[in-house]
Design a protein around this ligand. Structure first.
Ligand code: NAP
Length: 308
């Protein structure tokens, strides 16, 4: 029987592991499909306190893992498919390869990229449609590409892609970016970035090899349609929380985010805590996820002490 199983290895998961590790609870951390979470698909993180020069996302996550393991956290590379409550108040966690028992569970599974929902979109992922500029940007040297979205992620991806692409079209459904001012100013000042306002992609067009060669654009104000020649579309329109496996142990809001109790990371089931982007649709920052991971660890520790 584990004291605490932490599901997820992003900022929330590793921080919960550092704190429960230091509390001698020997946490078991289940990695899911993406060890290190969303920051492993980003480049430089400029706003994580303590790094005035910035830090690369994968490096930050690697260092968090090292810190958690130093305090006795164990990591297993498994994906959780279901959690159920046992009669004695403990939990059975079913993974893709086995079953575990734990007294508490911290859900820190984060969120996954949202796509546009167009026909053939998912088949084209890896063939000219992607959500990760850091992963795929270097494949598109000296060719035009597009980024869809108007938030910080879209701006960050567009700026990053100017290192490789000949031109980066930033396609946004409105005529004003949602991104923070510093990110918006930076991207709009970049000569290689061309904003395409009030527009949406309605279709991906492919060549004989099945790779994206262009996209059909619709101007949402005039209704006019046009063809934009791009070799890759980077979709950066937000995320969907990874909460599909939680069953009825926790309540979800209409967007699928886990509902926490007031002023707590606890959920409707005592012993089940939620932290980070899987429960936060407001802040969604690395540092706020880390803060919630810390809070969840402290609450799990108290819950265990109270139940003994
Ligand atoms: P976001 O802020 O939610 O922005 C999503 C963007 O996609 C919005 O511009 C939205 O348009 C657009 N969008 C949503 N659904 C769409 C659809 N179906 N079709 C076309 N466009 C659509 O998401 P994000 O940029 O991923 O950022 C998430 C959080 O992470 C934010 O809190 C952000 O500040 C943070 N972040 C921070 C940094 C940084 O500080 N370095 C970097 C990346 C992300 P509307 O504007 O019209 O709604």
């Amino acid at each position: 029987m584990e004291n605490v199983v932490i599901i997820g290895t992003g900022c929330a998961g590793w921080t919960a592991a550092i704190y429960t590790g230091r509390a001698n609870l020997s946490p078991l951390v289940l990695s899911g499909t993406q060890l290190g979470g969303q920051l492993t698909t980003t480049t430089e993180v400029e706003n994580f306190p303590g790094f005035p020069e910035g830090v690369m996302g994968p490096e930050l996550m690697g260092r968090m893992q090292q810190q958690a393991e130093k305090f006795g956290a164990r990591v297993e590379y498994k994906k959780v498919v279901e959690i159920a409550k046992n009669d004695d108040g403990t939990f059975t966690i079913k993974t893709d390869s086995d079953e575990l028992q734990s007294k508490t569970v911290i859900i820190a599974t984060g969120a996954a990229p949202r796509y546009l929902g167009l026909e053939n979109e998912m088949e084209l992922v890896g063939h000219g449609v992607t959500s990760c500029a850091t992963c795929d940007g270097a494949f598109y040297r000296d060719v035009p590409v597009a980024v869809v979205g108007g938030g910080d992620s879209a701006c960050e991806e567009a700026n990053f892609l100017t290192r490789f692409a000949s031109r980066v079209y930033l396609i946004h459904r409105r005529d004003e970016l949602r991104a923070s001012k510093i990110m918006a100013d930076r991207v709009l000042a970049n000569e290689k970035v061309e904003p395409v306002w009030d527009s949406a992609i309605t279709e991906y067009l492919t060549d004989e090899a099945g790779e994206v060669r262009a996209a059909t654009l619709k101007n949402l104000k005039s209704g006019d349609e046009s063809e934009l020649e791009v070799k890759c579309v980077f979709v950066a329109i937000g995320h969907v929380p990874n909460s599909q496996f939680v069953g009825d142990l926790v309540d979800l809001d209409e967007g699928g985010y886990i509902l926490q109790n007031a002023h707590s990371t606890g959920t409707k089931t005592p012993g089940v805590f939620a932290a980070g982007d899987v429960a936060d649709h407001v802040y969604r920052q690395a540092i706020t996820a880390a803060g919630q991971g810390c809070a969840a660890a402290l609450e799990a520790e108290r819950y265990l002490a109270d139940s003994e």
